[in-house]
Design a protein around this ligand. Structure first.
Ligand SMILES: [Zn+2]
Length: 222
C-alpha cells in the first residue's frame, strides 16, 4: 500500500484538491494545498487530471480564443515577477511557494513558548478569511494544548509531529475537526516546520488563550 516513491499517509481530501484545481480556494488555503502537491506525487496527479478536464470544459464554453497579445501580457507578468526577498537559510528546505509567501509577508519567526515559534502568513492576501501560520517546533517541543472553534488543516513540511490522533510526517496533512482538543509534539531528531490553516480561532486552553484573535468563520467544509 505504501509506494516507494512516497511515505505520505495522510492526504487532503479529494474535494479540496479538486477545489484547488478549479481555483476555488482562498489564497491561504490554496497555499497549503499547493505545498502538499509539491511534496505528494499522488495528489499532484489528481490535480493535473482535474485541471485537464476543467480546461476542456472551459475551452468548450469559451469559443473566443485568447489573443496573442493577452498571452504576451501574461508571459510578461510571469517573467517580470520580482525576485523574492532574501529569507533566512533555515527556510531553504521548504517548498518554493512557501518560501515565496514568507518573503512576501516580510514577517519573521516569533517565539511562542519554549521550542515553538510561529510566523504569521495572513498578510499574503487581503481578502482571505482564514488564518495561515508557519510553525517551527523543535524536536520534542509541543504546541500548547488547544481546542478548535473551527477546522484546522496542518501540513507537515519537515520533520514530524504526533498528537492524540496519530503521527504526521513530511507531506502529511492533519485535519483537526472543531471537536478535537490536542497537543501536537514534534518527534525527536528533526526540526518540524508545519503550515497550519484555521477557519476560526484556536481556543487555547492554557495561558495563550489570552492572546487568541477574533476571526470570522470562512465556510469551507461546512
Ligand atoms: Zn497527497
Amino acid at each position: 500500500m505504501s509506494s516507494p516513491m512516497s511515505a505520505i499517509a495522510s492526504h487532503p481530501n479529494e474535494a479540496l484538491v479538486l477545489a484547488y484545481a478549479a481555483g476555488a480556494l482562498e489564497p491561504r488555503l490554496a497555499l497549503v494545498v499547493s505545498a502538499h502537491l509539491a511534496l505528494c506525487s499522488h495528489c499532484r496527479a489528481l490535480c493535473h487530471e482535474a485541471e485537464e478536464t476543467g480546461g476542456m470544459l472551459i475551452d468548450a464554453m469559451v469559443p473566443v480564443a485568447m489573443s496573442d497579445d493577452a498571452l504576451m501580457q501574461v508571459m510578461a507578468r510571469i517573467e517580470g515577477k520580482p525576485a523574492a526577498t532574501a529569507i533566512p537559510a533555515e527556510f531553504d528546505q521548504l517548498p518554493p511557494m512557501v518560501r515565496d509567501a514568507i518573503a512576501a509577508s516580510g514577517k519573521k519567526m516569533r517565539a511562542r513558548k519554549r521550542g515553538v515559534a510561529a510566523l504569521d502568513l495572513n498578510g499574503i492576501d487581503a481578502k482571505g478569511e482564514g488564518r495561515l501560520t508557519l510553525y517551527r517546533i523543535m524536536p520534542g517541543a509541543a504546541v500548547p494544548h488547544h481546542g478548535h472553534k473551527g477546522s484546522e488543516i496542518t501540513l507537515v513540511l519537515t520533520g514530524a509531529f504526533a498528537d492524540e490522533t496519530g503521527i504526521y510526517r513530511a507531506g502529511d496533512v492533519a485535519v483537526g475537526a472543531p471537536s478535537i482538543h490536542h497537543r501536537p509534539r514534534a518527534e525527536p531528531g528533526e526540526v518540524c516546520f508545519a503550515l497550519a490553516y484555521t477557519d476560526a480561532p484556536l481556543a487555547f486552553s492554557g495561558l495563550l488563550g489570552a492572546v487568541q484573535r477574533v476571526l470570522r468563520p470562512f465556510g469551507i467544509g461546512g
